[in-house]
Design a protein around this ligand. Structure first.
Ligand SMILES: [Zn+2]
Length: 304
């Protein structure tokens, strides 16, 4: 092998141009490295920022969701409070129903609807008066159309249980509530209104005394817990005391039981065998009107 040690020359290669070539390569390599670093940094920055933005957005979303949830809970709480307030006010009105400065008459009809209900509604319309009907769930299922007529006439629909069989309804306090609920469902179905509620129950045979006195007290407490009001009566025509009462007897009973009372809740019946009640109603209304009574319904007392 022959070496030529001539300056800057090696085997015909120019060292300067080689050096230049190596430097160029190094520069390109360095530039590429820097570019890679810059791009990497840019990407890291971009993804970091993107992640931060997404994280912030999700935090905002969660905060908004929590706020919405709190608002809904607050609305539910307020609605519940209002409901309790309305119930307490209505309960107070019912409890004070017999103490009135002015003369007020609440005509009430139990055990319907039946064919006699129609006659009663016609009479009420003739006098432009509204009443209250304590319907039986079993009768509602039998005559759902009549329920609509009561509602359309503007009278109050109240609840008298389903069966009216004392051994059944008074078998337990839960049975009373169950009959109330079953009747509410029957009424809702008849009216085609799932939100309809009577809020008002009348114990078959009255809420006080008798064989089931203790159970009725317990049932009343259970109904109150469930925001259901109850009412009896303080006047009557005695239309369920005899089979075929004469109008004279009915009027006599009415006059006797309203004596000295400003506010009267009059018990009558619109069951199928109570034609006498339907026939005597014009006389009842005329008499009470002449005595200065103003006709009311439980819409005036229950605002729920
Ligand atoms: Zn009854």
């Amino acid at each position: 092998m022959k070496w030529n040690f001539s300056r800057n020359q090696y085997k015909g290669y120019n060292i300067y141009s080689m050096k230049k070539y190596v430097d160029k390569k190094r520069i390109i390599f360095t530039v590429i490295c820097i570019l890679i670093i810059i791009i990497s940094l840019a990407m890291i920055t971009f993804y970091s920022l993107d992640t931060i933005i997404k994280l912030k957005r999700s935090q905002e979303f969660v905060a908004q969701l929590t706020q919405n949830q709190n608002q809904i809970q607050e609305q539910i709480r307020k609605a519940e409070e209002e409901k309790i307030e309305k119930f307490n006010k209505s309960k107070e009105n019912i409890e004070n129903i017999y103490s009135s400065e002015t003369k007020k008459a609440y005509l009430t009809f139990d055990d319907g609807p039946s064919k006699n209900t129609k006659t009663i509604l016609d009479t009420l319309n003739n006098y432009n008066i509204k009443a209250t009907f304590f319907v039986l769930g079993s009768r509602v299922d039998a005559m759902p159309e009549m329920l609509k007529e009561i509602k359309n006439q503007g009278s109050y629909i109240a609840n008298h249980g389903y069966s009216h069989v004392y051994q059944e309804i008074y078998s337990s306090k839960e049975a009373v509530l169950a009959e109330y609920n079953k009747t509410e469902t029957a009424i809702q179905n008849a009216l085609g209104d799932a939100n309809f509620s009577t809020h008002l129950f009348r114990f078959p045979g009255g809420s006080k005394g008798g064989t089931y006195a203790e159970l009725k007290n317990e049932a009343k407490a259970l109904l109150t817990e469930n925001q259901i009001l109850t009412v009896d009566w303080n006047a009557l025509t005695g239309d369920s005391e005899t089979t075929n009462p004469t109008p004279e007897l009915l009027m006599q009973n009415l006059k006797r039981t309203i004596k000295g009372k400003n506010s009267i809740v009059v018990l009558m019946h619109d069951a199928g065998n109570k034609k006498a009640t339907a026939d005597t109603l014009p006389q009842v209304i005329e008499y009470l009107k002449n005595e200065g009574y103003e006709f009311k319904t439980f819409y005036d007392e229950i605002q729920m």
